[in-house]
Write a protein that binds this ligand. Structure first.
Ligand SMILES: *Cc1c(COP(=O)(O)O)cnc(C)c1O
Length: 452
């Protein structure tokens, strides 16, 4: 055993020892919540149902760690599902939030910091000229779609299978048995057929399906919306040629391109995936990181487009808590700190090193698992000989394997997303020591989980 390996082993023992305590307090809290809140949660994945357990209730977070109500502590790879790029209660951010809150948390009136964050968002990507703040990613994509339809005076929207754009009705659809049969199924009860009819769903990385949909509906296509780095059905990095193909189709047909960068914006880098691909989407949505842990999201684009939004134009959109002072300050402090630290470069370098070490460690324990990663996002995925760019290419045992892996990791004090198709996030607070120990703990967990 090398020194590092030994240190991690001891750390691992300490971590698993700290996990002896049962989740008794959490279970009581869950029972209480279930009496009043559907399923006991206010966002479905928090229920831990897909990994078959009751969730720990979290009472504190600091840096890369979180603590539950039973006193267990974990290294957190969820990061509130993406926003916490600096880690929990990050120095500088909590102070900025406190200072803002002291002066009042909401006025429903214009405040100076809106323009500061607007400037920051626009400067991230030279092609953007105007931005409107809202309170969630759902609102951002919903509003961007309304704007696209108003601007083009067309009705159809294309979305890709497996891409998530929040829970507005028009986006809660997925391909049924594909375009061939034209059957489209809602992902939720309560979504009227009439709304599904105007959303066309095509598989990712399928140029001919896209050709077909544009041949048929190009003239009435308002926009194509996509996650340029699909990260809500596992992590499904796309080929640049395919992405350029999507954009070319839109340009030819006069449809708009909407990049949903709610998860990738200010996460993979300052300019998001638009900058990485070197493309100019007409509209971009942001969320998660730009709120620094507060409910802030945005949609942005060229001025001539954005000026269709009320009161400059006829497209209605409003929000009681939009651009609230605390959220603006949290976002400013977060992005500002990442800028000062050259944070994206540092974080992405560290993440690349971590993922490569993790891959090696998994190979060492003969776990047939690939670590798919992009910048500081990663996803442990049951290995496959083909590249996985589409939902139907994900291994059929992903769900079953992940549940075992998840429990083995949790017992070792590693808190992963409680769902097989959700991605993991690193933050600036995950230092080299934490990551080195995580490699060994996760390799042990993968060994325990066994072959898929
Ligand atoms: C998280 C997410 C959303 C939804 O954002 P909410 O703030 O949860 O409404 C939309 N699009 C993408 C790509 C996301 O990752």
């Amino acid at each position: 055993m090398t020194g590092t390996r030994l240190r991690c082993y001891i750390y691992g023992l300490a971590a698993s020892k700290s996990m002896i305590r049962k989740l008794e307090v959490s279970r009581k809290l869950q029972k209480r919540a279930e009496q009043m809140i559907p399923g006991g949660v206010n966002s479905l994945v928090r229920a831990f149902r897909s990994v078959g357990m009751d969730p720990p209730f979290i009472v504190r977070g600091q840096g890369s760690r979180i603590w539950d109500a039973d006193g267990n502590d974990y290294v957190d790879y969820v990061g509130s599902w993406g926003p916490l790029i600096l880690g929990h209660a990050a120095p500088g951010i909590t102070e900025a939030i406190g200072a803002a809150a002291k002066n009042g948390t909401s006025f429903g009136a214009s405040i100076p910091s809106e323009a500061d964050l607007a400037e920051l968002v626009i400067s991230a990507f030279p092609h953007l000229e105007k931005v409107r703040f809202v309170s969630s990613g759902t609102e951002a994509t919903m509003s961007a779609i309304r704007l696209a339809r108003a601007y083009t005076q067309r009705k159809y929207i294309v979305k890709f299978e497996g891409c998530y754009h929040g829970h507005a009705d028009a986006m809660l659809v997925q391909a049924g048995s594909g375009l061939a049969t034209g059957r489209i199924a809602a992902s939720s009860a309560g979504v009227p057929d009439g709304i599904l009819a105007d959303t066309l769903v095509v598989p990712l990385d399928d140029a001919s399906a896209l050709d077909r949909v544009f041949d048929e509906h190009g003239a009435t296509m308002a926009a194509v919306i996509l996650e340029p780095l699909p990260a809500n059905y596992g992590l499904l990095p796309q080929r640049s040629e395919w992405l350029h193909g999507v954009i070319n189709h839109c340009r030819t047909a006069g449809s708009l391109v909407i990049f949903d960068e709610v998860i990738s914006g200010f996460r993979v880098g300052r300019g998001g995936m638009a900058e990485e691909f070197g493309v100019r989407p007409d509209l971009v949505t942001y969320g998660k990181v730009i709120g620094g842990g507060f409910p802030v999201a945005a949609y942005a684009g060229r001025a001539d487009l954005m000026d269709h939004v009320a009161p400059a134009g006829p497209v209605y959109q409003a929000g009681t808590l939009s651009a609230n002072p605390v959220g603006m300050r949290a976002g400013l402090a977060t992005v500002g700190k990442m800028d000062r630290l050259d944070g994206w470069r540092a974080l992405n370098d560290r993440a690349a090193q971590f993922c490569s070490r993790l891959s090696t460690a998994f190979t060492d324990v003969r776990a047939p698992i690939d670590i798919v990663s992009h910048a500081s996002i990663f996803w442990p995925r049951v290995a496959s000989s083909q590249p996985v760019r589409r939902v139907d290419q994900i291994h059929e045992h992903q769900r079953a394997w992940y549940a075992k892996f998840f429990h083995a990791a949790l017992r070792r004090g590693v808190y992963l997303p409680p769902a097989a198709f959700e991605v993991c996030f690193l933050s600036m607070a995950h230092d080299d020591d934490i990551l080195r120990s995580a490699v060994d703990l996760l390799a042990d967990a993968a060994e325990e989980a066994g072959t898929p």
